[in-house]
Design a protein around this ligand. Structure first.
Ligand SMILES: Cc1cc2nc3c(=O)[nH]c(=O)nc-3n(C[C@H](O)[C@H](O)[C@H](O)COP(=O)(O)OP(=O)(O)OC[C@H]3O[C@@H](n4cnc5c(N)ncnc54)[C@H](O)[C@@H]3O)c2cc1C
Length: 409
């Protein structure tokens, strides 16, 4: 107190005090602009997170830094939003690459369906795309890393978004780290984090190993084992092919796979995407592209057929301690049950926004069906018809344009 009195008495002291008070006011105003302090959080909300209720205010939060999230981030920056204050990208991985960093080792640049360039930088600028043996789980993370650095995109990781809610015209994004508040949302969380695995009676009795596509790395871990492969999609068939080269396999699917004798041309691709788009516009849950196109009879699939590998059996009725049992009472002993039963879109964190309709889907609108009809401030990119690297790219551009227009209105 004495030193305060002394400062007030002298000219130099008064200057110091005035400067100090001015700085405090500026600091306070800046804090008030950037932070929204919610004092009224319920106990239930508080229990969900040990973080204090301080929300960093930005205009737009992008959730997910895969192809869809990075494309949106690029266009947000291009539209003039300041990285950090205008928008941030939250991703729960430790490094760049989205779901690609987890794909199995035999998925190489020659076996992927095709990787579309992100806007502003081609894939070949980051990796040697002529190297057909290059693993996708190495090449694509390398590409995304270079991309994030080159365009200085504000990707914050690892940050897991637990819950998004809405109050007084803003979205509150609760994470395992810092909390955010935003006016607009681009959700680009992909599917990898939500594997679909149907439950069959006896599941817990099985003494062998069960795994899903999301956990698979390479076939050598199954050497000498009998592997039961479940699922009728492209991943199931590719992995059945490579595992059968090393060990004994049995293949089961719910429905007889619909092989179609055609080439998967860009026109076919567009037709399939249009069918998925129609579903989400009608508010139905999206289906995979294979479910609407069937499986193309590629030379690889023909070879597997000729070698007797694609000898499909119907789905079993239950799982036993040592294998599976069919409805007619016949049984099969296996060491591994490998579920290649697909993925669903990772949207659980959006549940408080009540976006789902009575059909169990989210009704979508906008040029590429990325905009949530119920709330135009929310875009889902990499969802339904845009769930491919090419779709995700386009979705980023259109979603940003439509979102910024909605925020201006
Ligand atoms: C096996 C397989 C092979 C495929 N091959 C091809 C192909 O060859 N060509 C093609 O075009 N498409 C392919 N696809 C489709 C592919 O998934 C998409 O093309 C595209 O890469 C997906 O990009 P994305 O940004 O939507 O999702 P992702 O790459 O999955 O990125 C989503 C990101 O969000 C993060 N995330 C999820 N939830 C949260 C959360 N709550 N909080 C914070 N972060 C979160 C994830 O960890 C991830 O980093 C394939 C899909 C599969 C399953």
């Amino acid at each position: 107190m004495n030193s305060l009195k002394y400062l007030r008495k002298t000219e130099f002291g008064r200057i110091i005090l005035t400067t100090f008070y001015r700085l405090s006011i500026v600091l306070f105003v800046r804090l008030a602009q950037n932070l929204e302090i919610r004092k009224s959080a319920t106990m239930e909300e508080k229990n969900k997170s040990s973080q204090p209720d301080i929300f960093y205010k930005v205009d737009v939060v992008v959730i997910g830094a895969g192809q869809a999230g990075l494309s949106a981030a690029y266009y947000l920056k291009k539209a003039g939003l300041e990285p950090g204050r205008g928008f941030v990208v939250l991703d729960d991985e430790f490094g760049p690459g989205g779901a690609w960093q987890h794909r199995w080792n035999s998925l190489t640049l020659s076996t992927v369906n095709g990787i579309n360039d992100l806007p502003g930088m081609s894939f070949s600028e980051a990796v040697d795309t002529n190297d057909a043996d290059l693993q996708a789980n190495v090449a694509i993370p390398q590409y995304y890393e270079k991309y994030e650095k080159t365009f200085q995109l504000p990707v914050i990781r690892p940050v897991r978004v637990h819950e998004v809610s809405e109050r007084n015209g803003r979205f509150f994004i609760r994470t395992n780290g810092v909390q955010f508040s935003a006016r607009g949302l681009v959700n680009a969380t992909g599917t990898w984090k939500t594997p679909r695995c149907p439950h069959y009676p006896g599941w817990e009795k099985f003494r062998g190993r069960q795994l899903h596509t999301a956990e698979y790395k390479n076939a050598s871990e199954f050497r000498g084992m009998h592997v039961l492969i479940v699922g009728g999609g492209i991943s199931a068939i590719q992995l059945l092919g490579e595992i059968s080269e090393l060990t004994r396999t049995t293949w089961v699917t719910r429905r007889a796979p619909a092989f179609r004798n055609y080439e998967f041309t860009p026109e076919r691709g567009r037709e399939a995407v249009a069918l998925v788009e129609q579903r989400v516009r009608e508010g139905l849950p999206p289906e995979s592209v294979v479910s609407v196109t069937g499986l193309p009879l590629t030379p690889y699939i023909r070879r597997l057929m000729d070698n007797g590998i694609l000898d499909r059996k119907p789905m079993f009725k239950e799982i036993t301690e040592t294998g599976v049992k069919w409805a007619d009472g016949s049984t099969l002993e296996v060491d591994v049950i490998f579920w290649n039963t697909g993925f669903t879109h990772s949207l659980d964190h959006l549940a408080p926004l009540n976006l789902k309709n009575e059909k169990g889907g989210i009704t979508m609108t906008g040029k590429l069906a990325t905009q949530v009809a119920k709330d135009p401030r929310i875009h889902l990119t990499g969802y339904g018809p845009t769930a491919s690297t090419i779709g995700a790219n386009r979705a980023g551009r259109v979603a940003v344009r439509e979102l910024l227009a909605a925020l201006k209105a």
